[in-house]
Ligand binder design. Structure first.
Ligand code: FAD
Length: 385
């Protein structure tokens, strides 16, 4: 049976994360957004407090927390700044959880402690210029060499790609095999032939690093292969099971932040000689936000509970991701409405919430892809192709 009661430890972690977000993340969020500044100093503070790789077992440098506790951390970081939440999600869920699940012992020992301490950042390189939702159709090729592999191709929209020391690179070893030919490689980004360039002009997540990667005959040894040849697609999908959960939890933070900012503003701002909180139509905006926030959090916690119980959860994770990301967009949009003209400039966090929320319905599987996953689970019919 699902138990939503937090343990004492979870309460403590939530309080710590909330204090940390208010003290360290919130004060820097606006300027980092304005300046498109990827704040590596703040990333290090997030690592120092143990929020990178929190779900990684302690023997590899993590905190060994369960998924529900992880959700509490990610919610608070997401309330503070989605650019920093992206760092937590990518490093912890897409990179670390893949290595925990698929990596060989030496790969775990080499990379996980560095990733958890922030000594190394990792990125997850799946998407390509011609391959987004249809992730099995990769053009990046990996060819066998004596004792290793040579990888060539382009990757697009890769979060942290300009700062990562490690890239999880997904490449096709045999195009005839389609998704059964895909392999995942742990590629150090200082390998000869590996280069990156920054993507600018984003609507939101401006304080997050986004890169285009180029692999021009990058040579890696056999030991760089994670899982077997042909496991790559499964590695990617399992990473997304964790990544989507993390994005969803971060979006609960955007929803909660939208509620808190709106309640505070509505009580202060006066029109027609009374606080705007006294108007029923303003209360409706707030009530709708609260309902969506609670529903999103409930779905995230249910998915987390399933993960912690070792039960299948791909569909429930997609439901949480779909609902929470759309809720974040609509809560942020309503929060701007409550703030009136003031909501349209960055004196308040709400316009940033909207710009940052917008990408979450696109990455780690668009809302349409989540609906197709849910629809497939319900009907047994694949409507994706
Ligand atoms: C800021 C940012 C950061 C990102 N970070 C990463 C990262 O770290 N690593 C990584 O690998 N990728 C990353 N991505 C890429 C992201 O995951 C992709 O953008 C996403 O998967 C969608 O792919 P696409 O952009 O190619 O869109 P497309 O797949 O071309 O989709 C375009 C439209 O068509 C719809 N569509 C596509 N197929 C179907 C279908 N079968 N049925 C119905 N509708 C369909 C989509 O829902 C969408 O509305 C990032 C993207 C952004 C913007």
């Amino acid at each position: 049976m699902i138990d939503f009661e937090l343990t004492d430890e979870q309460r403590l972690v939530r309080e710590t994360a909330r204090d940390f977000a208010d003290r360290e993340i919130v004060p820097r969020a606006r300027d980092n957004d304005r300046n498109e500044h990827f704040d590596t100093e703040l990333v290090q503070k997030i690592a120092d407090v143990g929020f990178l790789g929190a779900i990684v077992p302690e023997e590899y440098g993590g905190r060994g927390v369960d998924y529900r506790t992880y959700a509490l951390i990610v919610e608070e970081v997401g309330r503070g700044c989605s650019a920093m939440r992206t760092v937590v999600s990518v490093v912890t869920s897409l990179v670390c959880s893949s290595i925990v699940r698929w990596g060989r012992e030496e790969q775990k020992r080499e990379w996980l402690p560095q990733l958890c301490t922030g000594e190394a950042l990792g990125c997850f390189a799946l998407t390509e210029p011609d391959t987004g939702s249809d992730a099995s159709n990769l053009r990046t090729r990996a060819e066998r060499t004596d004792g290793g592999w040579r990888i060539s191709g382009q990757k697009q929209w890769i979060s942290l790609g300009n700062y990562a020391k490690l890239a999880l690179v997904f490449a096709q070893t045999d195009p005839d095999e389609r998704h059964r030919g895909i392999a995942c490689f742990l590629v150090p980004t200082d390998s000869p032939g590996f280069s990156s360039s920054a993507i600018h002009g984003k609507l939101g997540l401006r304080g997050s690093d986004t890169a285009e990667l180029s692999l021009d005959g990058v040579e890696v040894p056999d030991e760089a292969l994670m899982g077997d040849v042909g496991d790559g697609f499964k590695v990617a999908m399992s990473a997304l099971d964790s990544g989507r959960f993390s994005v969803a939890a971060g979006c609960v933070g955007i929803c909660q932040g939208s509620v808190e900012a709106s309640v505070e503003y509505a009580k202060e701002r006066k029109q027609f000689d009374r606080p705007i909180a006294a108007f029923q139509l303003v209360q409706e905006l707030i009530a709708d936000m609260v309902v969506e926030t609670e529903a999103a959090r409930g779905l995230v916690w249910r998915a987390g509970w399933l993960k912690d119980s070792g039960k299948p959860n791909t569909t429930e994770t997609s439901i949480a991701k779909l609902y929470s990301t759309e809720a974040a967009v609509s809560c942020a949009n309503r929060a701007i409405q409550v703030h009136g003209g003031s909501g349209y400039v960055d004196d308040y966090p709400v316009e940033r919430y909207l710009r940052d929320a917008r990408v979450t319905t696109l990455y780690e599987g668009t809302s349409q892809i989540q609906k197709l996953i849910i629809g497939r689970a319900m009907t047994g019919v694949n409507a994706m192709t």
